[in-house]
Unconditional design. Structure first.
Ligand code: FES
Length: 280
C-alpha cells in the first residue's frame, strides 16, 4: 500500500443518462502512480484532489483497469458523479495531482472458479469492480459470462470493454427502461441461466447496489451455487480505523451475527457468510 500523490493522465465524462427523475453522469479517471504496487481484482483506492480541504475525505473507488505504460503503472476508475467528492474528481485536469491511498481491501477467490462457468453480475457502476476479474478469468480459460444491468443503456458502465473482452454472446444486458437488452432488473436473466444449466457447475461474482446483491445471494442460495459479492459501502478512512463501513456477518453467538469492516475484511465476501439485516 502507498499513500502518495498520483497524476491525472485522463479524465472525461464517458456517459450521461437522463432517464428517470434525474440525470446521472459517469467519469473515467486514469492516474499514473509514482511507483509500482500490487493492483488486484476487487481492490480499491481512496482518492481526492491533492491538498484539498473540500472535500476533506477521500472517496473509495474500485479499480477498473490497470496498464503498464513504459515503466509507469496506470490505473483506471469509473465513477458516478454524485456528490461533492466525485464532483471535485470530475473537475480534475490532465497533470493535476491526486492524493492516492491504495491498494486497499481483499480480492476475489479466483481458484474457486476452476472447473466452473463464472457468472459475473454487475449493477450500474459496480461493473468497474468486475472488469479485472473478467480479464483474469479469461486468461485462465474459465468460461465467463457477464450479466450487466442499469437504469438505462448509459448506466451500463464499461459495456463496450466487456463485450470486447468476452464477446457479445457472453454478455447479457438488462435495463429498467428497456433502452438496451431485456427490460427490467439484471437478476431474472441470471436466474433463467441458472435454471436452464447445471447451476452447481457455476460460480457467481457480483458487485452493485445492496438490493441487487441481496437478490443475487438469494438466487445463489436457491441454486446452491457459490457466490462472492463485492460490497459498496460509504468509507471514511478505508483502512479499518473509523468503523464507518461495518457489515453484519453470520456468527455463532446469541445475536447470530457480528460486524466486520468492508474496507479491511472485504470488500469481497462470500454470500453465505453475510447476515442480511431487515430491509437490506
Ligand atoms: Fe473506516 Fe472501514 S472505512 S473502518
Amino acid at each position: 500500500m502507498i499513500d502518495a500523490v498520483a497524476t491525472v493522465e485522463q479524465n472525461e465524462i464517458v456517459a450521461s443518462a437522463s432517464s428517470g427523475s434525474s440525470g446521472r453522469s459517469y467519469g473515467l479517471l486514469r492516474l499514473r502512480l509514482p511507483q509500482a504496487i500490487e493492483v488486484l481484482p476487487g481492490q480499491f483506492a481512496m482518492l481526492k484532489p491533492h491538498a484539498a480541504y473540500e472535500p476533506l475525505l477521500r472517496r473509495a473507488m474500485a479499480y477498473y483497469q490497470r496498464t503498464v505504460v513504459g515503466d509507469a503503472l496506470h490505473v483506471n476508475f469509473i465513477y458516478q458523479i454524485l456528490g461533492r467528492g466525485t464532483q471535485s474528481l470530475a473537475q480534475l485536469k490532465i497533470g493535476d495531482p491526486v492524493d492516492f491511498l491504495g491498494s486497499l481491501g481483499n480480492t476475489y477467490e479466483i481458484e474457486a472458479a476452476t472447473g466452473r462457468e463464472a457468472l459475473l453480475v454487475a449493477g450500474g457502476v459496480g461493473s468497474a469492480a468486475l472488469f479485472m476479474l473478467a480479464e483474469v478469468l479469461v486468461a485462465q480459460n474459465i468460461p465467463t459470462r457477464l450479466f450487466i444491468g442499469g437504469a438505462s443503456r448509459d448506466d451500463l458502465c464499461g459495456l463496450d470493454d466487456f463485450v470486447a473482452l468476452l464477446g457479445m454472446e457472453n454478455v447479457v444486458s438488462a435495463t429498467v427502461d428497456g433502452s438496451f437488452g431485456a427490460q427490467g432488473f439484471v437478476t431474472p436473466p441470471l436466474e433463467i441461466h441458472l435454471q436452464s444449466n447445471r447451476a452447481r457447475s457455476m460460480i457467481i461474482y457480483a458487485c452493485g447496489p445492496d438490493p441487487m446483491l441481496h437478490r443475487v445471494a438469494q438466487i445463489a442460495d436457491q441454486f446452491d451455487a457459490p457466490a462472492q459479492l463485492s460490497l459498496e459501502s460509504p468509507m471514511a478512512c478505508g483502512f479499518g480505523i473509523c468503523v464507518g463501513c461495518a457489515v453484519a456477518v453470520k456468527h455463532d453467538c446469541p445475536e447470530g451475527f457480528v460486524y466486520k469492516k468492508v474496507c479491511t475484511d472485504g470488500p469481497v465476501f462470500r454470500s453465505n457468510e453475510l447476515h442480511w439485516l431487515h430491509g437490506s
